[in-house]
Design a protein around this ligand. Structure first.
Ligand code: DX5
Ligand code: ZN
Length: 218
């Protein structure tokens, strides 16, 4: 179906050729921009000025995945600069309702993310306020890790909770998404798929995006 979206992650793209790497995935449904502060995760990547550069070199809607502490303080600037969706980790947000409303006021969609071991119940009461639920399918921090199968029941439970509350927010999965895993994630109920190494690790990124989209569409 057309509601399936593939968002390439540029974390593992060739950073020395950023403009070319962004051009290579024009035709995807969105661009996934990882931001890491070396505290929330053991890695550093991106930041506001890098995000600005990315926004200037892509026509795709950008979803910013903030793997940073104190997201309430730092998230709004990513909405102000024009990211389509700004996703904070629930574990790093103290006031998710206030943050979601602030992101909406600034014209962006609001997302909340869960690390693999954070239970779905942590966000259940906030689902009605957000546009995207990001379920991590690897421990956040690095690309190229393998998909955690134990996340499949969590995706399915999120799908049930969203249906039960009659909501329309989307479920995004991030980590280890590739040909061999995307169908199971889609069957469980995800509709937005982040793919880093699967897309950037091949010659023809667009063909891979098409292939993944077809698999996810069933
Ligand atoms: C990991 C990042 C992911 C990463 C995914 O912490 O949030 O977006 O780029 O990379 P792959 O698709 O290679 O698992
Ligand atoms: Zn990510």
């Amino acid at each position: 179906t057309s509601c399936v979206a593939i968002h390439p992650s540029i974390l593992n793209a060739d950073q020395a050729h950023l403009a070319d790497e962004l051009a290579r995935v024009e035709g995807a449904d969105g661009l996934h921009l990882d931001i890491m502060d070396n505290h929330f995760v053991d890695n550093h990547f991106g930041g506001p000025s890098f995000a600005q550069t990315v926004l200037e070199h892509t026509s795709l809607p950008v979803d910013a995945h903030l793997m940073i502490e104190n997201a309430d303080r730092w998230a709004p600037q990513y909405a102000e600069m024009g990211c389509a969706i700004v996703t904070a980790h629930m574990e790093a947000t103290r006031a998710p309702f206030v943050l979601a409303r602030e992101l909406h006021r600034l014209g962006a969609g609001a997302g909340l993310a869960l690390r693999p071991a954070t239970p779905l119940s942590a966000v259940e009461d906030v689902l009605g306020e957000i546009d995207l639920l990001l379920l991590m399918t690897v421990e956040p921090g690095f690309g190229g890790q393998s998909f955690i199968d134990l996340m499949l029941p969590k995706i399915a439970a999120a799908r049930r909770a969203i249906s039960a509350q009659n909501l329309e927010l989307r479920i995004q999965v991030d980590g280890g998404i590739k040909r061999s895993t995307i169908e199971r994630a889609a069957e469980a109920g995800a509709t937005v798929f982040v793919a880093g190494s699967a897309v950037y690790g091949v010659e023809d990124a667009l063909a891979e995006i098409e292939h993944l989209r077809a698999l996810a569409s069933g």
